[in-house]
Design a protein around this ligand. Structure first.
Ligand SMILES: [Zn+2]
Ligand SMILES: [Zn+2]
Length: 182
């Protein structure tokens, strides 16, 4: 079995560390450090975890360097093209999965980055339409925020956000909003 990036380097059996959880059997490229997980192995591992771990906020973890390889890759198991999907949630890289057998490719440090954010048990969800719709919604929200900051300036933007948080957490929220709208 050869690496879908390096082509000539072979993939060797390894176990991916998963924080407190049991490790996940995988194959690792000795050349680029990329890691391949069989689709069924992944789903069985997720089932064994029982509960889905709560996501860690992006600012709570140290970001690892990920050099995403942008060339199209072929599945080392069944030879089909791998399909990309954005992780979103503040994660800058995309994941790649085989449309045929469901195997997943992680470029070096991608798996470890997901473990740090507790997103390593959500990889199967990342490729769902619900997850992708949510990623799109987050992107639009960020775009809107960028536009508003450009319009209002950062100081006023932060101030209105502070006021909004105070209003939204207030027990007389609707009365306060009504006063503002007068
Ligand atoms: Zn490689
Ligand atoms: Zn495949």
């Amino acid at each position: 079995m050869n690496c879908p990036v390096c082509k000539t380097s072979s993939l060797e059996a390894t176990e991916l560390a998963a924080g407190q959880a049991q490790g996940l059997s995988a194959r690792r490229c000795t050349g680029c450090g990329g890691q391949w997980v069989n689709g069924e192995t992944y789903l069985l591992w997720v089932q064994r975890q029982g509960t889905n771990l709560p996501e860690n906020e992006p600012d709570s973890v140290t970001e690892l360097q990920v050099n995403q390889t942008n060339k199209a890759k072929l599945c080392p198991d069944c030879g089909r093209f791998l399909v990309r999907a954005k992780v979103g949630h503040g994660v800058g890289f995309q994941l790649e999965r085989c449309g045929g057998c469901g195997g997943i490719w992680f470029d070096a440090n991608e798996w470890e980055s997901l473990v740090a954010r507790n997103l390593h048990d959500d990889v199967h969800f990342v490729f769902s339409s619900t997850w992708q719709a949510d990623v799109l919604r987050q992107e639009r929200e960020q775009q809107r925020e960028k536009l508003m900051i450009a319009k209002l300036g950062e100081a006023d933007w932060n101030e209105i956000q502070r006021i909004k948080r105070w209003l939204d957490g207030h027990s007389k929220r609707s009365e306060l909003y009504a006063v503002l709208a007068e």
